[in-house]
Design a protein around this ligand. Structure first.
Ligand SMILES: Nc1ncnc2c1ncn2[C@@H]1O[C@H](COP(=O)(O)OP(=O)(O)OP(=O)(O)O)[C@@H](O)[C@H]1O
Length: 340
């Protein structure tokens, strides 16, 4: 499988590879689970949730972390926050070993779980924020500036006096994202931040995350099943399956790795039998329009030249492979050796 090296150097503005803020070296997590085997017998079984994971995330990068259910994404994030201790390997976040210094790390990271809130259910949103301020001992000026910016960008003003339990899912999610940023974290872990949101709320959350990343250089690790989140926010994506990294690189490379195909759509002067061009297959013919599929990793230029030389070409366009389809293919064939 084709892989690219980690760390596309997506620090806003400068393009120079920055110091790694997240370092994961050969990390493993093995759970021991007891399973029923007959009426009284229980057998012990090991679940290798994370299996020799290695990657680096430079400061300021926004990385997508995707994989099918049970792939090991949450386990990775839990180890990165210090909630879980790795069974093997080495982990550092901002130079800190998360499992050993969880409290010290907590001041440097923010976490948002789309499925559950970290806010106080019965309190108005602003009281939750006040508690966060005290918990992290955020200086007044920093707190004020961060809160004002979040309120403005996430449209929170009308919601500040509303108890969290009365907020809609989208409102609550915006409230949670703001709470995770009030103490100026260097790293933000987002687990499904747009799950269940309508199109408008999704767009608002994505726009906000883009601005936070650009303005503050916050490093973001984004776990999601919504590939549009990845396409709109991340230049780099890591794909995990069965606890192993099966891809680490740019979105374009992902299309190639998933053996996706691009399609050249050609309009000819007249109807013709299916075109025969080396390196491509004609997959559809509709009157004078024909669709030619070719491997996503290849350049379209030689194909265009070949068509133009041999056939009466009027117009053409290029279609990228559908990212959902590419990823489904990648998951299906991802049980080989891990990408390093
Ligand atoms: N506390 C635990 N005890 C035993 N097994 C666990 C535990 N937590 C996770 N696992 C197992 O580890 C594997 C990875 O789970 P994990 O929750 O990390 O996956 P995920 O990629 O986050 O999945 P999803 O997309 O469904 O949230 C699964 O097989 C899961 O059953």
């Amino acid at each position: 499988m084709r892989t690219e090296t980690a760390g596309g150097g997506t620090v806003p503005g400068d393009g120079v590879a920055a110091e790694p803020l997240i370092e994961v070296d050969g990390v493993e997590k093995v759970f021991s689970v007891r399973r029923r085997a007959g009426r009284l017998r229980r057998v012990r079984r090991e679940v290798r949730a994370v299996d020799g994971l290695t990657f680096r995330v430079p400061r300021g990068e926004m990385v997508g972390y995707i994989g099918p259910n049970g792939a090991g994404k949450s386990t990775t994030v839990k180890m990165l926050t210090g909630i879980l201790t790795p069974s093997g390997g080495r982990l550092r976040v901002a130079g800190i070993d998360p499992a050993r210094e969880r409290t010290r790390l907590a001041r440097r990271i923010g976490v948002v779980f789309g499925q559950r809130t970290t806010l106080w259910w019965d309190l108005p949103l602003q009281d939750s924020y006040e508690l966060v301020r005290r918990m992290y001992r955020v200086p007044d000026a920093v707190y004020r500036a961060n809160l004002d910016r979040c309120v403005e960008l996430l449209d929170l003003a009308p919601l500040l006096a509303v108890p969290v339990r009365q907020l809609s899912l989208g409102q609550r999610m915006r409230g949670d994202i703001a709470a995770a940023l009030l103490h100026d974290p260097e790293v933000l872990y987002l687990d499904e931040p747009t799950i269940g949101l309508d199109v408008v709320s999704k767009a608002k959350v994505r726009q906000f995350l883009r601005e936070v990343n650009a303005e503050r250089g916050t490093t973001v690790l984004l776990t999601t099943h919504d590939l549009t989140d990845i396409e709109q926010l991340c230049r780099r994506v890591m794909v995990i399956d069965h606890g192993r990294l099966v891809y680490d690189g740019g979105l374009d490379g992902l299309r190639a790795a998933g053996e996706g195909e691009r399609t050249l759509v050609v309009d000819l002067e007249r109807e013709l039998p299916p075109l025969e061009v080396p390196g491509a297959r004609t997959v559809r013919v509709e009157g004078p329009r024909q669709w030619l599929a070719f491997p996503a990793g290849r350049s379209a230029a030689p194909l265009v030249t070949a068509v133009a030389e041999r056939y009466p070409l009027v117009d053409l366009s290029l279609r990228e492979p559908d990212i959902e389809e590419v990823i489904a293919r990648l998951y299906a064939g991802a049980h080989g050796p891990p990408a390093r």
